[in-house]
Design a binder for this molecule. Structure first.
Ligand SMILES: [Zn+2]
Ligand SMILES: [Zn+2]
Length: 380
């Protein structure tokens, strides 16, 4: 088998690394991010430049189309930076070019790597491992990870070996990354129904990124663009609900269990700018589970059950002006989600009125008891 033929699901830079038998320093990107004419940052794995495609096609003897097909924008025509996994997204301001460059935050599926190894194939990076719209591998329904399960390092490289095909190895402990996460193995029997539920929602996002209309039984009256925008906005409004941090923690706590995070540590604070894109795979799974609970009629990804619907807690904690702007925006919000959110706001108002009434009644009773007590003591 030729080692330079790109795999159908391979990331552009992964193929290039194999082509050039990359000997560079670990962590140094083979393809560098660039600014487009409008001054916005772009990454060649997502939006390869036409000149780069032509140059690669000519030097490697492929057609331009077969090289262009490796770019994420070709696989997912509706891709936006919100659905790509980044380590860091620099400002578009040219005066701040000293900041670290735009780099992809790659994760991997240990089962895909184990299959590569067992089949004698060189290990390669799947294009889907650079996406933030999912936290599981579609083929194996298995949680993606971005750290070595032996030592916790996030630095890896493809290592060539004389005994077998190249493998993805940890730079710190040198072990192969095809080793499954021990916690995932332990949790798998109980967690699988939840994982499958979330994978089904992620498949709908994947379809929408390709421009496919979502299944109307599950996502009634929702277009592909709306499903994507709704997911991005649910995460964004959730991340920005600083002032109601208690409610936000309560909602996150429902999902941030080892079944989704794979360990007992709660994921870090989500980014207020690009919560999904900058999240770790653990946080990403929690955020996607929140979206699935609110948007997918067939999905119940709740890890810890509570009576109150997820949408009620979400609608109570997010900024009310931003919430109204979102649900009035026909491009971003489907009529179905608008109705669901309005019903949640209505239930929240009712609960608030009841609790105000209860505290007024308690205050009244206390006042009455005190007055009666004072009258009694003044008579004696
Ligand atoms: Zn896999
Ligand atoms: Zn390691």
């Amino acid at each position: 088998m030729s080692f330079v033929e790109p795999f159908a699901d391979e990331l552009l830079s992964s193929w290039l690394a194999r082509v050039r038998c990359d000997q560079r320093a670990p962590g140094e990107p083979l393809l560098r991010a660039y600014r487009n004419r409008a001054g916005h940052w772009r990454h060649p794995d997502v939006n390869p430049k036409k000149s780069m495609i032509a140059e690669l096609a000519a030097s490697e003897g492929f057609t331009e189309n077969s090289v262009a097909e490796l770019g994420l924008c070709y696989r997912y025509p509706r891709i936006t930076p919100d659905f790509v996994a980044w380590h860091h997204v620099p400002s578009d301001d040219p005066s701040r070019d000293f900041a670290p460059a735009l780099t992809l935050r790659l994760s991997w599926c240990s089962r895909c790597l184990a299959e590569d190894y067992a089949a004698g194939r060189p290990a390669y990076i799947r294009a889907d491992w650079a996406m933030a719209a999912w936290g599981f591998c579609f083929r194996h329904h298995w949680p993606l990870v971005d750290r070595c399960v032996s030592c916790g390092s996030s630095h890896w490289a493809i290592k060539r070996s004389s005994q077998g095909p190249p493998r993805l190895c940890c730079i710190r402990c040198r072990r192969g990354l095809e080793r499954a996460h021990p916690r995932a193995l332990e949790l798998e029997p109980a967690a699988q129904p939840i994982w499958i539920n979330i994978v089904a929602f992620e498949a709908a996002l994947r379809g929408a990124l390709r421009g496919k209309v979502p299944d109307q039984f599950r996502f009634n009256d929702t277009s592909a663009g709306q499903l994507l925008e709704e997911s991005a906005r649910i995460c964004l409004l959730f991340a920005r609900a600083h002032r109601r941090w208690r409610l936000r923690d309560r909602l996150l706590h429902r999902f941030a269990a080892p079944v989704l995070t794979l360990d007992n540590v709660c994921p870090n604070e989500p980014s207020c700018e690009m919560p999904l894109a900058l999240a770790s795979p653990s946080m990403r799974r929690c955020l996607i589970a929140i979206c699935a609970a609110m948007l997918d009629a067939d999905c119940d990804p709740t890890v810890r059950n509570e009576d109150e619907p997820v949408v009620d807690v979400w609608a109570r904690m997010v900024d009310s002006i931003a919430l109204q702007q979102f649900i009035q925006d026909r491009q971003a919000c489907s009529p179905t989600l608008k109705r669901t959110v309005e019903a949640a706001c209505h239930r929240n108002e009712k609960v608030e009125r009841m609790s105000a009434l209860r505290s007024a009644s308690t205050a009244y009773k206390t006042l009455f008891r005190d007055t009666a007590g004072n009258a009694f003591s003044s008579r004696h």
